[in-house]
Design a protein around this ligand. Structure first.
Ligand SMILES: C[S@@+](CC[C@H](N)C(=O)[O-])C[C@H]1O[C@@H](n2cnc3c(N)ncnc32)[C@H](O)[C@@H]1O
Length: 311
């Protein structure tokens, strides 16, 4: 896929109907030869829309108007390039716990949670947040995560979590203002509710920090998994991570995780973690697939705002 196609696809597949600002901006970049030429000087893995837009927001640049964005990027390219080379998209969305919760709550309790690609670890607290599935409320904590659920009853309880650990190539620390600023910059412009949610989830993590280990999800997973306490159900899980992992390493990861005791819960784009047969997705919008131990169960929206169980 060319860089222009990547930006056009981001507009139509990921942000359409969810972020009009980024829809407009990514289409503009797709047709902007000067910006495309600058992006072409970066390694392929560093050219993504979310990275460029997040860095410009972090630096205080404009993302509302494509013409102003163009001028800013051209004028500040050296700083933007340095940040794009140094950073990766590490969006940490606590809202994704709302699509994990039905599975986590149904497993034998208590749980030992191990998240690979954990970023700052905000998805490691599914037992601390509250949830609203339509009129059905679960939990009393903050933030309250709204999720439209179709095709099954909502979970009746929160899971009991006795151990939580995260593995990431670059763990972020929510108590570090610079890391929090990067997580904030990665949130799409119109999503004020996600900014509020980030602050509330960061307070939960700061009050009881998770074990976050710097490492690779293939090479370092067995050692971390071995630290999980006996007597708890180990759940190795990941959401929106494998698109950042080369295909051969995805296969290696699947091999490692299948060899561990416990369960494997994946919430990933079916293009990066394919399944043999899937029903039609619920809408034109981009969806991930929730899968337990390799068995696909439901379509989920990218930030945890909806889950549609397969029939
Ligand atoms: C888009 S973020 C998703 C964070 C979190 N799972 C969530 O859903 O909010 C992807 C994370 O995966 C991490 N990652 C990418 N490749 C990895 C690897 N090979 N091993 C461990 N972590 C990795 C990145 O550093 C990043 O923090």
């Amino acid at each position: 896929m060319t860089i222009a196609e990547t930006y056009a696809r981001f507009a139509t597949r990921e942000v359409r109907g969810v972020s009009p600002t980024y829809d407009r901006l990514s289409l503009a970049v797709a047709g902007d030869d000067e910006l495309l030429a600058l992006l072409a000087t970066l390694p392929a893995a560093k050219r993504q829309p979310n990275l460029l837009f997040g860095v410009v927001r972090l630096l205080g640049g404009p993302v509302e108007e494509p013409a102003a964005f163009h001028d800013y990027v051209v004028a500040h390219w050296p700083e933007i390039e340095a940040e794009m080379r140094a950073r990766a998209t590490q969006t940490n969305e606590a809202g994704r716990c709302a699509v994990l919760l039905p599975v986590l709550a149904a497993l034998p309790q208590p749980l030992a949670l191990l998240e690979v690609g954990a970023s700052a670890g905000l998805c490691l607290y599914p037992d601390r947040y509250a949830y609203r599935y339509g009129d059905h409320r679960v939990g009393t904590g903050q933030p309250v995560l709204d999720c439209a659920l179709t095709g099954a009853a909502p979970p009746a309880r929160l899971p009991e979590v006795v151990w939580r650990a995260g593995l990431d190539l670059n763990p972020l620390d929510v108590t570090d203002p610079a890391d929090l600023a990067w997580l904030d910059a990665l949130i799409w412009p119109e999503h004020a509710h996600r900014r509020t949610r980030l602050r509330a989830a960061a307070a939960v993590a700061a009050a009881d920090p998770p074990l976050l280990v710097r490492g690779d999800l293939v090479d370092d997973l067995p050692e971390l998994a071995a630290q999980a306490p006996a007597g708890a159900t180990l759940v190795v899980f990941h959401t929106s991570v494998l698109y950042q992992v080369p295909p051969s390493r995805r296969d290696a990861f699947a091999g490692v995780v299948r060899g561990l005791p416990g369960h494997w819960l994946a919430n990933e784009d079916p293009e990066v973690l394919p399944h043999a047969a899937l029903p039609e997705p619920p809408a034109d919008a981009h969806c991930n697939v929730l899968a337990l131990d390799g068995k696909p169960l439901a379509w989920t929206r990218g930030h945890g705002q909806a889950i549609t169980w397969f029939g």
